[in-house]
Design a protein around this ligand. Structure first.
Ligand code: GUN
Length: 279
């Protein structure tokens, strides 16, 4: 039987509407500052979409663009100004940063109370300790997709493929907090296919086009595809060979239209959470 398709666009639209409705009850508009350094084409698209979504939710949003030649000191000075600005509730510095700027130094400079990416060590620690405050947007969105699809992590064997700070590691922490039995697999894992086959919930976040094959998926498993890879022909594919996997899985997210829309919706929710906590 073909897998149920988890409609991330619909779940994200509902969350965005809920965030906009909650924001409308506040006596002020939540403020989001998005910082883009350089001209990375994918980052420009992401940043434009984030600003558009923030405005649509009634937020006060500004995008600050620095040239690729900007120094780390200039970026840190900008962050210090945004940290002090009472109208700014959330600060997001789009990654990757140009060579010569240390992303960890930049992330550490952001006020943890305004860290809507959830990347600051204080927020990473809070998540690891089971007392989360601001949680990275993409894994947060995956948890909401699972909930919307009626898939309970409790007691389930979950496999996270990928160990990035942005997705894999926080994803594993969230699944563990939800009582899943969590394995993290990565490029050095022996027999990736066998590890994947054991999973009841399989989260692919490696950034390798169509790496997860149909015979890596256990019949009836839930497959969440975080990958967004551009093909030579200009199309978008995930980290999962979709048609093959959908023939075996119980539920699956498409690319596009799965996890992607949830990331932005969760960024808006994080900004609302930061705003409500600050003022
Ligand atoms: N680049 C790719 N994903 C992300 C993200 O979630 N946040 C930021 N700041 N940059 C990214």
């Amino acid at each position: 039987m073909a897998a149920r398709v988890i409609d991330g666009k619909a779940v994200a639209a509902a969350l965005r509407a809920e965030v906009a409705a909650r924001a409308a009850t506040l006596p002020y508009a939540p403020g989001l500052a998005v910082v883009l350094v350089g001209e990375d084409p994918a980052s420009q698209v992401y940043v434009r979409n984030k600003e558009r979504a923030a405005k649509a939710a009634g937020f006060a949003s500004e995008t600050i663009r620095l040239p690729a030649s900007a120094s780390q000191a200039e970026l840190l000075a900008l962050i210090a100004r945004l940290n002090r600005d009472p109208a700014v509730d959330g600060i997001l510095v789009q990654l990757p940063l140009p060579a010569g700027i240390d992303p960890q130094a930049v992330i550490r400079a952001i006020d943890p109370a305004k860290d809507v990416d959830g990347f600051h060590p204080d927020n990473v620690a809070a998540l690891a300790l089971g007392t989360p405050f601001l949680v990275p947007c993409t894994p947060r969105g995956v948890m909401k997709l699972l909930a919307a699809a009626g898939i309970a992590p409790r007691g389930a064997r979950a496999l996270v493929l990928g160990r990035s700070n942005i997705v894999g590691r926080p994803m594993a922490a969230l699944l563990l907090a939800a009582d899943a039995t969590v394995t993290i697999a990565h490029s050095r894992t022996r027999d990736l296919a066998a590890e994947c086959r054991r999973a009841e919930i399989l989260i692919a976040a490696v950034g390798r086009a169509e790496m997860v094959k149909g015979d890596w998926v256990s019949p009836g498993a839930t497959v969440i595809d975080v990958g967004i890879n551009r093909t030579a022909a200009g199309g978008l594919v995930g980290d999962v060979a979709y048609a093959e996997a959908a023939a075996v899985a119980g539920a699956i997210t498409p690319v596009p239209g799965g996890v992607g829309p949830m990331t932005i919706a969760c960024l808006l929710e994080n900004t609302l959470i930061a705003a409500a906590a600050r003022r």
